[in-house]
Write a protein that binds this ligand. Structure first.
Ligand code: SF4
Length: 208
């Protein structure tokens, strides 16, 4: 397509303005239109960045996002500097819900905990443990608990009162509570794993 015949979007205009470097004058040109000034300030932040279209990972609505990426001078690697709604998405037309609008923090978050707090049975103090230690301990406890409590069949009665065995293949001793920042793919795999283990108590923080 001839680039000159491509329709110019509001995003193109603002990106061009930001790249052109007019800052204060540009903002003042918006006059009392605070919303437009905010949009302009946002574009200054992403000036010179490369936009990568993507999909919000959080739910089945599948809103379109634009991930702005810039080369980090120190490491030479691409760095995500902003995520916002993609106006070209036929699903969401540039809109994101509050959770999707904060998805930058899923990818870039210096405050994220990388260690776990552990309080031993009967202890009153929390200890800091590495993540690998916690994963190993959880895996061992799940295995032990499942082996001890797995039920293949249970005895009940049919409608005529005759004793019957029902096949259940489950454990009622383990539950899975997912966090709200688990994405679609993680939730899918988590559900598969739990069902395979016979876990029936499945819930997610996003529904609570
Ligand atoms: S922005 Fe909100 S509604 Fe859209 S896909 Fe993400 S979580 Fe779902």
């Amino acid at each position: 397509m001839d680039p000159l015949s491509k329709p110019i979007s509001r995003r193109d205009v603002l990106r061009g303005a930001a790249a052109g470097g007019f800052a204060l004058g540009g903002v003042m040109a918006f006059g009392a239109d605070l919303a437009a000034a905010k949009v302009h300030a946002q574009r200054l932040k992403i000036a010179g960045a490369r936009d990568v279209p993507s999909i919000c990972p959080y739910c089945a609505v599948g809103c379109g996002t634009l991930i702005s990426v810039k080369k980090d001078e120190a490491t030479g690697r691409d760095r995500i500097i902003n995520i916002e709604g993609n106006p070209d998405s036929p699903i969401s037309e540039g809109n994101l819900c509050p959770k999707g609008a904060a998805s930058l923090q899923l990818a870039v978050n210096p405050l994220r905990s990388t260690k776990v707090k552990y309080r031993a049975p009967g202890a009153t103090e929390w200890e800091e443990k590495p993540l690998d230690w916690a994963m190993e301990r959880i895996a061992q406890l799940v295995k032990e608990t499942r082996d001890r409590t797995f039920t293949e069949t249970y005895a009940t009665k049919d409608k005529d009162g005759n004793p019957v065995q029902k096949q259940v293949n489950h454990t009622l001793a383990i539950g899975s509570l997912g966090g709200a920042t688990m994405d679609n793919e993680w939730n899918y795999v988590q559900l598969k794993l739990m069902r395979a283990l016979g876990v029936v108590f499945l819930e997610n923080q996003a529904r609570i």
